[in-house]
Ligand binder design. Structure first.
Ligand code: AMP
Length: 512
């Protein structure tokens, strides 16, 4: 078996690896480090969790150990799709470069330009950035990329999903033709293939097996759920999530709850909080300081439930997450693998539970096809779909009765009996205290457009609208506003105009 000492790495880097406690290189490291050290381009097809960050960090540090950076001219560049990933890569650099005198800067959105400019002005060996923020700095004339010797593109498939490919192409064009490129992607979509054919020169291609799909230490399960009534579906689904969490009891020390839409991330986090669960949201629309605080809280064990979008949680490395709940079936099957891979890390046991609605069936089939096994069905703790009154999580009686404001319908306001077979008295008690919570949620549900685009599609769409655009995760893009998303700003009435087509006048009676 290959050892780190066989790989020709700088002695000070080897010392840091030893101190990090790594015994031997992972397959992607053993494959990528030698050609990278020879100065060759590398195309790594590997997912997060395979040790791919060290597979480019370690050779880069060894290559950069000699030489010094000039003001505003970084010697190397690492591009990451999200701020969290960029921050994680920066942490890796700190770990492995602790015995070297190298400087680095992290250019991500949500952090003041002034601080970042100061660092760049001094000269940095390693610049870690999200594409939008990097181009912003470049356009402000604060950055010169003509001295970049090594460029890394990390998680290229995610860059593609988020619409960053035009940015990446532009950045490639701004760096010298002679640079070395280390390019990583979990999958090779045709567009990624095109980029690598254009910008990589005779790369060493290393492909490592899909991780987590075969990971036996993650227990998986799926609950098939159908709302009792369309207008109750969303709140019933959140109730189901609470019941699933409660059913895990103390085994669920912490969990990441994934939603497909940013809007749902907010709603689910808010709802859990209202019911006394220690939860906080994380997605691309939240400001950076809040995201960092939430993540630190989760990593440090102060926050129990992290409600997340794929983009924000992609590649996050929190070693001991006991559970992953998929509030939605992801629309891309590979995301299921990424999501559940947040638990069961480093040989620990993990559990991944997913809620599947009838509309998710196709996506669910794709997931099962990808993981090549049948995901065991878990009994729905809400029971089978019943009439609305039976399954509603509206409390039976409450002193805390909300004032009768303009209701959506008389029936919806009517107090209903709690389900007799509900085995969760505690949750029910909490609910009884929270009629306002459900009410508020119901309002949100009414506004929520089920057809809203998933986060990454939104990002991509915004990207196309604004040309290159300039904000990471499209946070502050002018593009599409919330109003548009919910159809709130669109007052047009679509009708038939003056002309009424003939078929309108026809009877619907079946012809015999
Ligand atoms: P990554 O795929 O870069 O996100 O890495 C996943 C996890 O594996 C991180 O927690 C790393 O610290 C850890 N790791 C990376 N390389 C090794 C190694 N050679 N041996 C053990 N753990 C490693």
């Amino acid at each position: 078996m290959t050892k780190f000492t066989d790989l020709n790495l700088n002695a000070k880097v080897l010392k840091a690896i030893d101190e990090a406690g790594y015994e031997s290189p992972t397959p992607i490291q053993a494959g990528a480090i030698p050609p990278a050290l020879e100065g060759r381009d590398v195309l790594g097809i590997a997912q997060t969790g395979t040790g791919k960050t060290a597979s480019f960090t370690l050779p880069m540090l060894s290559l950069l150990a000699r030489g010094r950076a000039r003001a505003r001219m970084p010697r190397s560049l690492v591009l990451c799709p999200t701020r969290e990933l960029a921050a994680q890569v920066a942490e890796n650099f700190d770990t492995y470069s602790k015995h070297l005198k190298l400087t680095k800067a992290l250019l991500i959105g949500g952090v003041s330009f002034k601080e970042q400019d100061k660092l760049i002005d001094k000269g940095v060996d390693v610049l870690i950035a999200t594409p939008g923020r990097l181009l912003d700095h470049f356009e402000r004339g604060k950055l010169i990329l003509s001295d970049v010797k090594v460029m890394v593109v990390d998680e290229a498939d995610r860059m593609l999903d988020m619409g960053f490919i035009p940015d990446i192409e532009r950045i490639f064009g701004l760096t010298p033709f002679t640079r070395q490129t280390l390019f990583f992607s979990a999958t090779m979509a045709p567009e990624i293939e095109r980029i690598t054919n254009t910008f990589l020169s005779n790369p060493e291609r290393i492909e490592v097996a899909r991780q987590a799909t075969t990971s036996e230490n993650i227990e998986q399960g799926v609950v098939i759920f159908k709302g009792s009534r369309k207008d109750r579906e969303a709140s019933e689904k959140r109730k189901l999530l609470r019941l699933l969490i409660d059913a895990e009891g103390a085994k669920c020390t912490n969990a990441i709850i994934f939603c497909n839409r940013k809007m749902d991330v907010d709603i689910v986090a808010k709802s859990l909080k209202k019911y006394g669960y220690d939860a906080a949201p994380i997605h691309g629309d939240l400001d950076q300081s809040q995201r960092t605080k939430t993540l630190e809280g989760f990593r440090g064990g102060e926050l129990r439930f992290l409600v997340a979008s794929d983009v924000a949680a992609r590649g996050l490395d929190v070693p001991s997450v006991s559970h992953v709940f998929n509030f939605d079936v992801p629309s891309h099957a590979e995301d299921y693998v990424h999501r559940i891979g947040r638990t069961g890390r480093a040989g620990r046991d993990g559990k991944a539970i997913m809620i599947c609605q009838p509309r998710d069936e196709k996506n669910f089939e794709d997931v099962e096809r990808l993981v090549q096994k049948e995901i065991p069905r878990i009994e729905n703790p809400l029971g089978k779909a019943k009439p609305a009154e039976e399954t509603s999580d509206t409390p039976a009686k409450s002193d805390d009765k909300p004032k009768r404001t303009r209701s959506r319908s008389r029936k919806a306001d009517k107090p209903v009996e709690a389900p007799a077979e509900d085995k969760q008295p505690q949750a029910e008690k909490a609910e009884a205290k929270q009629p306002q919570a459900e009410k508020a949620e119901a309002k949100v549900d009414a506004k929520t457009d089920d057809k809203a685009q998933p986060e990454k599609a939104e990002a991509a769409q915004d990207e196309r609208k604004s040309g290159r655009g300039n904000k990471d995760e499209k946070k502050s893009r002018g593009g599409r506003g919330r109003g548009d998303k919910r159809g709130g700003n669109d007052n047009r009435v679509v009708g038939l105009g003056d002309h009424t087509p003939d078929f309108i006048g026809l009877s619907f009676r079946e012809r015999i």
